[in-house]
Design a protein around this ligand. Structure first.
Ligand code: NAP
Length: 257
């Protein structure tokens, strides 16, 4: 076999770091695929393609036509459709696949978390009386807040929420992580926040709000991830590199990467 061809489904810092590590090794041909959601995507260390494939079958066709040997689903843990498509495409093409998803955050002493299955469930659980909500779930789920217009919302996202929400009491912040504890604590205080709705994304970049909530005694409605797919799962870039070595470079497994 020649150089292994790897398609990475990205849109996360893990995908970029994995691509960077593979680019440095220079023993695989890597293509990084981005959905094209963010207006100013970060510069990437390997060739990039942008935009949806057109569904699971089209992704399978793309893998076959491109002669790929491995599919790595390194998308965000809440990007559920593309992960399901990836699992389907891997299964139907018999191309090896790895899911790289960072570990979930775990509750620690002092956290006031309520576990939620979805953003709509979290909005409903806010209850009938007015609350000051930091909706930190990104722009895609923000419209669910319209089901409970009695609350005040602070909505943070990387790109603008469009169309704007049909709500009287909503403020928007455009910002991209990583976020620091001091800034998050100041934000929660400044907006008099008494509850945060967050996705259990894991990782360090967006954890400061959870820490700030703990320090200020603020409740967090923590939206859980969907169950993991059947694809082989790893939870770090190092583990993904080891899995790649195991598949394609078994003789190099002692190189200590
Ligand atoms: P999604 O709902 O799972 O996917 C929707 C559709 O977008 C997919 O069916 C696919 O279109 C296309 N798509 C998604 N990721 C793609 C990729 N890496 N390459 C090519 N096409 C892709 O995904 P999402 O929640 O909208 O997330 C979109 C992107 O933003 C992902 O790359 C994800 O890693 C990143 N992201 C998501 C979140 C989040 O909270 N959801 C947070 C940070 C970053 P086709 O069916 O046409 O192929």
């Amino acid at each position: 076999m020649g150089r292994p061809r790897i398609l990475i489904l990205g849109g996360t810092s893990e995908a970029r770091l994995l691509a960077e590590a593979l680019a440095a090794r220079d023993d695989c041909d890597v293509l990084l695929s981005l959905a094209g959601r963010t207006e100013k995507p970060a510069v990437q260390p390997v060739p990039v393609r942008i935009g949806g494939f057109g569904g699971a079958v089209a992704l399978a066709d793309f893998l076959k036509a491109g002669g790929y040997d491995l599919l790595i689903d390194a998308t965000h843990p809440f990007a559920e459709r593309i992960s399901a498509n990836a699992a389907f495409a891997a299964e139907t093409t018999c191309i090896a696949a790895i899911a790289l998803h960072r570990p979930e955050w775990q509750r620690v002493a002092g956290d006031r978390w309520r576990d939620m299955q979805s953003i709509p469930a979290a909005i409903e659980a806010l209850g009938p009386s007015t609350r000051h909500v930091f909706l930190a779930t990104g722009r895609q789920g923000a419209h669910h807040a319209e089901a409970a217009p009695q609350h005040h919302y602070l909505v943070r996202s990387v790109d603008p929420v469009e169309p704007v929400l049909a709500l009287d009491n909503v403020q928007y912040i455009l910002d991209r992580g990583p976020f620091a504890l001091d800034g998050e604590r100041a934000l929660l205080r400044q907006h008099d926040i008494d509850v945060i709705i967050a996705k259990n994304s894991g990782g360090a970049a967006t954890y400061a709000k959870i820490e700030a909530a703990r320090l200020l005694g603020i409740e967090v409605m923590m939206v859980a991830r969907a169950p993991a797919s059947i694809v082989k799962a790893v939870d770090s870039v190092e583990a993904a590199l080891a899995a790649i070595d195991h598949l394609f470079f078994p003789l190099a497994m002692n190189r200590g990467v």
